[in-house]
Design a protein around this ligand. Sequence first.
Ligand code: HEC
Length: 119
Amino acid sequence: MKTITTLIAAVTIALAAGNCLAADAKHGKMLFESPALGGGTSGKTCLTCHENGRDFSPETLTRPTYTIMGNPVANLSGVINFCIEVALRGEAIPEKGEDMQDLIAYLSVLIKENSEKPQ
Ligand code: HEC
């Protein structure tokens, strides 16, 4: 019983900590519009090519695998890093880092906004 109580306490603390660190879509938007993301050198930003959510759809967040410019990529962070490396000519950012979480949080907001617009 004591073990279960300890376990519940641990999970509660972990969840609370998770909430404090919740991904910040506002910061994600800044990164999305920054040519300096990943130390980019092409002068492009995510917005240059993906204005108004171009190329994005609700499936963007949940595809089992991605194909980008003919290359198979395993997950969403990998796709974002592909675009950072190839399009921004920068360096990949940590897949589990805060910037990546914030970018993905902003993508979710952007995609949701677009899917609610009248066609
Ligand atoms: C030079 C243009 C360009 C820039 C800049 C660019 N991308 Fe892309 N992006 C693409 C192209 C092209 C695709 C693939 C479209 C395809 O093959 O269907 C793509 C695909 C994606 C996808 C996958 C969409 C899907 O549904 O499979 C995501 C997510 C994405 N980009 C995010 C980003 C982010 C975040 C940035 C900024 C770091 C960025 N892109 C910058 C051109 C660009």
